[in-house]
Design a protein around this ligand. Structure first.
Ligand code: GDP
Length: 463
């Protein structure tokens, strides 16, 4: 199975995290002589994820002078057997020289490094958290192994890695006979079909919104629908952070912030969770449903979370709840759409649907909007078509010519999906005004039918 190695210097909290992930499901301790004795292995669970975790915890007690050398050997061993490494530092202590040693090993030896800034609960960790960026190992996760914080973020980072590893295994077991549609070299104008969610790869949806927007009611209504179709609790699996179900035929994993909060209340951690659960949910999700209360829509908090979802590059659907309470629906809808366009221009074209979580009305429309947002978010436009389009756009509205020399845009390609990201090669990219970028982004949105999805477009020079 997929193996994650937890590495880092002693006392950063590796064992605490190991224990949290493994619980009582500790595998037999490797009893072979030599360094292997110091590696612990266990079957980890994180939400719906199952994987093997390896920990170098045996060294925490070692104090002899050969520690450095042994630690290095052991880490290299753990890294060698792992698909990914979680490199932990102590955010309260900041980045120490010993941490750098590990960073070096990881940079050289590991395919995937996840940087975890542990002991991050509270302000005391802020400085260390920022220092962690300087390790050059990507964005650190804010973790508190002790308090169980950052687990959703860890889940969000691990899920695609595990998924990819499993897909690789599947591919090895059953070689593809079809033509490879994912071929990057697309001379033809054929667009690869979007891979739709499957039971093994459910669509990850988060419902976010202010308290009392109706998140719990909505989730229960969706579950209720499902239950009617499939019998009590059938097909529904619940874990600490998400619910898996079949939503009108679409395998969906729903990130349940409302449920999380309610469970957290029991554990008396209400405050900590409510601050960041919106953020966690957004990080977890492919599609974010921003649930508004029709009576008080587009409050500051709503705008903040919608903007966050856009900045994180998620597909966004705006759902206006409690529609059953509205009397003047026509006018209200027009007003809502105007407000939406004015207050969230960055989400231009994102679907806005009205629902009643209470009665279940509009939930089929919500389902369809989620699927369509997901599809658009996954689109890949063939390079040939993009460049024909770019030529037309340049002709219609040429780029500026600062100092009499027109900026040239030479070539364009889509480098990424989820969300769609494009790169345009330019003669002097730094001189292109933001307005020109917006012109191209809006054009892409309209001409290639990508409403609502965040679109990234960057200009690059070619030297
Ligand atoms: P959460 O905090 O976002 O999870 O909100 P809840 O689901 O707990 O709902 C808050 C309140 O709004 C409850 O009293 C619900 O009964 C009510 N509510 C939720 N959805 C609707 C709706 O569609 N129509 C009406 N009239 N009330 C709703």
């Amino acid at each position: 199975s997929f193996t994650l190695a937890i590495v880092g210097r002693p006392n950063v909290g590796k064992s605490t995290l190991f224990n949290r992930l493994v619980g009582k499901r500790l595998a037999l301790v490797d009893d072979q002589p030599g360094v292997t004795r110091d590696l612990r292995e266990g079957e980890a669970r994180l939400g719906d994820l199952r994987f093997t975790v390896v920990d170098t915890a045996g060294l925490e007690e070692a104090t002899d002078e050969s520690l450095q050398g042994r630690m290095r050997k052991l880490t290299e061993r753990a890294v060698g057997m792992a698909d990914a490494c979680l490199f932990m530092i102590d955010a309260r202590a900041g980045v120490l020289a010993a941490d750098e040693v590990f960073a070096d090993i990881l940079r050289k030896k590991s395919a995937h490094v996840i940087l975890g800034a542990n002991k991050s609960e509270g302000r005391a960790a802020d400085a260390g958290f920022l220092e962690a960026y300087a390790l050059g190992l990507g964005e650190p996760l804010r973790l508190s192994a002790e308090h169980g914080e950052g687990m959703a973020e860890l889940h969000a980072v691990l899920a695609p890695l595990i998924e990819a590893a499993e897909a690789r295994l599947d591919a090895e077991a059953a070689p593809e006979v079809d033509v490879d549609l994912s071929d990057e070299d697309d001379d033809e104008d054929m667009e690869a079909p979007v891979r739709m969610p499957t039971a093994a790869r459910p669509l990850q949806v988060a419902v976010v919104g202010r308290p009392n927007a109706g998140k719990s009611t909505l989730i229960n209504q969706i579950l209720g629908e499902d239950r009617l179709l499939t019998g009590p609790e059938a097909g529904i699996t619940r874990d600490s952070i998400s619910l898996s179900m079949d939503w009108q035929g679409t395998p969906v994993r729903l990130f349940d912030t409302a449920g999380m909060r309610k469970r957290a209340k029991v554990q008396d951690k209400l405050e900590k969770l409510s601050v960041s659960d919106g953020l966690r949910a957004v990080k977890f999700a492919e599609v974010v449903v921003v649930l508004l209360d029709a009576q008080i829509p587009f409050e500051a908090q709503d705008l903040k979370i919608a903007d966050l979802a856009e900045r994180e590059g998620r597909a966004v659907v705006i759902a206006v709840n409690k529609w059953d309470l509205e009397t003047d629906r026509q006018d209200k809808l027009i007003a809502l759409k105007e407000e939406f366009a004015r207050l969230l221009p960055q989400l231009r074209g994102a679907p806005l649907v009205t629902v009643s979580a209470l009665t279940g009305r509009g939930l089929d429309r919500l389902h369809d909007a989620v699927i369509s947002a997901y599809t658009v978010w996954n689109r890949r436009v063939p390079t040939a078509r993009l460049n024909r389009w770019l030529a037309g756009m340049l002709e219609m509205h040429p780029p500026p010519a600062p100092g009499g020399r027109r900026i040239k845009l030479r070539y364009m390609t889509q480098v990424k999906t989820r969300p769609p990201a494009f790169v345009v090669m330019a003669s002097v990219p730094e001189k292109l005004p933001e307005s020109y970028r917006r012109y191209l982004v809006n054009g892409l949105r309209e001409d290639f039918e990508m409403p609502g999805t965040p679109i990234r477009l960057t200009f690059r020079g070619q030297g």
